[in-house]
Design a protein. Structure first.
Length: 255
C-alpha cells in the first residue's frame, strides 16, 4: 500500500484509525464486506466452494469467523474467534481447541491459516478433534510470480516464501506470512505429510488473480461495482487463472 497521504486516503475509513489487532477492526470489516457488494460476491464464491468440499458433513467448526458470513450459508456451523465479538459462538485459540476427540466432522477457515503462529500445533489439534473421514477446508493466499509481486509490494502482511513454518508471536491479525500455505502444501508438502500422516492433501485449486484486488479487500476503500463481477471472473478463468492466481482452495482429508 502506498505511504503518506495517498495510502491514508486509500485505507477504508471504518478501520483507518484502528490497530489491526483491535477486535473492533474485525467487527468493522464485517460491515465493510456488507457495504462492498463486489467483495461480498468474492466471499460468497469462496464459501460456496468450501461448502462444496464438505459433502454434507454436519459438525463443522469455522475458525476465524469474525468478519465473514459463512454461518449464514451453513447455520449449523460453529463460529469461533480468538476474541469475543458479536455473532461469534466460541472464543478459542486454533492451537488449543475446546472440543473432544473426534467431535467434529470438519474445520473450515478463510484467510486464517497464514496468521497462525504455530500451524503444526493447529494440525495436531485438528487431527485430534476431526474424526476419520472428516476434512479441513480453507481458502488462503497462494504463491505465484504475480501474487508474490502483489503481496510483496502492495500488501501490509509479510510474504516470505523462504521462511519456516512458524510465525513470530504477534497479534491475531498483525502476525502473518502470506506464503505459509504454499510453504506447507507445495514447498514442504512431503514433509507435511510425513509429519501429519493423519492428514492427506486431497485438493489444491488455485484461483482469483484479479477479483479480490478489484474488490479492494477489507482494508481499502475502493471497489469495482458488483455488475462487473461476472466479467472479471470470466476473464480470470479463461485467460490466466492457474498461472497468475493469488489464492487457493485447499482440502485435507482426515484418514
Amino acid at each position: 500500500m502506498p505511504d503518506g497521504l495517498l495510502g491514508r486516503w486509500l485505507q477504508h475509513p471504518l478501520t483507518r484509525d484502528l490497530a489491526l489487532d483491535d477486535p473492533r477492526t474485525t467487527s468493522r470489516r464485517r460491515l465493510i464486506i456488507e457495504q462492498k457488494p463486489f467483495l461480498g460476491r468474492v466471499y460468497a464464491e469462496w464459501y460456496a466452494r468450501i461448502l462444496g468440499e464438505l459433502g454434507g458433513r454436519a459438525a463443522v467448526l469455522e475458525i476465524g469467523s469474525g468478519a465473514g458470513f459463512f454461518a449464514q450459508l451453513l447455520p449449523s456451523a460453529i463460529s469461533s474467534e480468538r476474541f469475543w465479538i458479536p455473532g461469534v459462538a466460541v472464543v478459542a485459540d486454533a492451537e488449543r481447541l475446546p472440543f473432544a476427540r473426534g467431535a467434529l466432522d470438519a474445520i473450515v477457515m478463510t484467510d486464517v491459516l497464514h496468521h497462525l503462529p504455530d500451524p503444526a500445533a493447529f494440525f495436531r489439534e485438528a487431527g485430534r478433534c476431526v474424526r476419520p473421514g472428516g476434512r479441513t477446508v480453507m481458502i488462503e493466499p497462494w504463491r505465484t510470480g504475480w501474487s508474490e509481486f502483489v503481496y510483496g509490494r502492495f500488501h501490509h502482511e509479510p510474504f516470505q516464501p523462504r521462511a519456516g513454518w512458524r510465525i513470530p508471536p504477534s497479534g491475531p491479525l498483525s502476525g502473518a506470512n502470506g506464503a505459509l500455505p504454499w510453504i506447507l502444501f507445495e514447498r514442504d508438502r512431503a514433509l507435511f505429510e510425513r509429519t501429519f500422516p493423519e492428514w492427506r492433501v486431497a485438493r489444491i485449486e488455485t484461483m482469483m488473480p484479479l477479483a479480490y484486488l478489484a474488490s479492494g479487500g477489507v482494508s481499502l476503500r475502493y471497489s469495482l461495482p458488483p455488475w462487473c463481477y461476472g466479467a472479471v471472473r470470466w476473464l480470470e478463468r479463461h485467460l490466466f487463472e492457474r498461472a497468475w492466481s493469488m489464492f487457493a482452495l485447499i482440502a485435507l482429508d482426515r484418514i
